[in-house]
Design a protein around this ligand. Structure first.
Ligand SMILES: *Cc1c(COP(=O)(O)O)cnc(C)c1O
Length: 417
């Protein structure tokens, strides 16, 4: 991938030479103007780096695009993508619901004013005590995918509504879930029946087709798997009312992504085909899509070293694997970059973080090129870095502070933070 200055334009040689050129700029979710606004905020505020700046106006924009595309769906923001209280508060104000994974995330949502009835406990792995706390706080909807968890829910949250997560193929996802979650459609039917026997309300079926899912057709497979369980004659018919389409909608990294409408067309078409006019309530759990493009992570070049063995140039940033850039593991997520020397000639680089850990290397195979004039003190902005950065940052590895977040609202002139 060649990074071209100024315009968010990239060409991508990822995956062995395929030139994916600048189609990324034509994807409807991309707006150079959005990251320019965040740049102006950062240039004006000059926060200590590394720092994630989040524009709440972009979060609002993504929420309303999704709302417009799927007007009847309930949008549950997956809090783990960016748990900044101001992001959560903005989404509460917009009327969003929330997908949470722990009592900590529930408390965060409640504190920001989310009614308990708008919170879905989407983690299938939870302690009985955590289920009990959620229940005490009024949360009444739980995900499950195993008998053991279902029995814990029945004991700690009697009468709650449950939905069962089916495992689906994650092909096309940049960060797939592997085999950690979900059961077969046949097991989902069994679990939903058992839920009813345990006095719970079998509410529906969910799936997650993998995060940063670049293949819109993936939802067809997910909806087919959910429908296989939901349309089984053995499922408790009066209790299965909801299909939960999970997350997976993309943010804008170096690979081109389908536009939002391409995803929602596949979704609408699959719902129509599998359910006809007996369409269940639809839930979505976007994380990355709502907040990814809303953030820019500003980092500073610590130093640049030329390898005398001819292995090239190493550019060390003050942001790395342990203070925000966890998703560079395996080079799964390739952020678009903007530097303070854009416009100068480009040359290949290896990008690495600041810690004393050999794994703290961001990109050495993805073909990044950066200005040859870069040196210590210059800034590098990682664009569309609003998701899974601050929330993945370690406490203080090697004495480096966790990534800090500055929220602002470009629709206002003053910062809220
Ligand atoms: C992480 C997660 C999401 C959000 O996924 P994105 O790819 O960020 O949209 C949604 N649902 C569940 C259950 C999750 O674990």
């Amino acid at each position: 991938m060649t990074y071209l200055s100024g315009s968010d334009a990239v060409t991508d040689r990822h995956g062995g030479g395929a030139i994916l050129d600048t189609t990324v700029n034509r994807a409807p979710s991309v707006s150079g103007e959005e990251s320019e606004r965040i740049r102006r905020f950062l240039d004006h505020e000059r926060p200590a780096t590394p720092c994630l700046a989040v524009d709440l106006a972009v979060v609002r924009d993504r929420y309303s695009r999704l709302r417009a595309e799927l007007p009847e769906a309930r949008i549950c923001y997956a809090v783990k993508a960016n748990p900044d209280p101001r992001v959560v508060a903005e989404l509460v104000r917009l009327g969003a619901s929330f997908d949470v994974a722990s009592p900590g995330e529930i408390e965060l949502c409640l504190r920001q004013g989310a009614p308990a009835g708008r919170i879905s406990y989407g983690n299938t792995i939870k302690k009985p005590g955590d289920i009990a706390r959620a229940h005490q706080w009024g949360v009444g909807l739980f995900a499950t995918d195993s008998t053991a968890d279902l029995e814990n829910i029945a004991a700690a949250a009697p009468g709650a509504a449950v939905f069962c997560r089916v495992a689906v193929d994650n092909t096309g996802s940049r960060t797939p879930f592997g085999r950690k979650f979900g059961c077969t459609p046949a097991d989902a039917v069994r679990l939903l029946r058992y839920a009813r026997d345990l006095g719970l309300v079998p509410h529906g079926v969910s799936f997650h087709i993998g995060s940063q899912q670049l293949a819109a057709e993936a939802w067809e497979h997910g909806i087919a798997a959910a429908a296989e369980a939901m349309c089984d004659p053995a499922v408790p018919a009066d209790g299965v009312r909801m299909i939960n389409l999970g997350g997976g909608l993309p943010a804008t990294y170096t690979q081109p992504t389908p536009g939002l409408h391409e995803y929602t067309e596949v979704i609408e078409d699959a719902l129509r085909r599998h359910f006809g006019d007996r369409r269940p309530e639809v839930l979505l759990e976007p994380g990355r899509y709502l907040v990814g493009d809303a953030g820019v992570l500003r980092s500073e070049v610590v130093l640049v070293s030329a390898d005398s063995a001819g292995e090239g140039r190493w550019v060390y940033l003050d942001a790395g694997r342990y203070n925000g850039l966890a998703e560079t593991e395996g080079e799964a997520i390739t952020y678009r970059l903007r530097t303070s020397r854009d416009g100068d000639p480009l040359g290949p680089v290896v990008l690495a973080g600041p810690t004393c850990d050999g794994d703290d290397v961001l990109y050495q195979r993805s073909g990044y090129e950066l200005p040859t004039t870069l040196r210590g003190g210059d800034t590098i902005d990682l664009l569309s870095a609003g998701a899974y950065t601050a929330s993945y940052s370690s406490v203080c590895f090697n004495g480096f502070e966790p990534l800090s977040t500055r929220c602002f609202d470009s629709a206002e002139t003053t910062e809220r933070a």
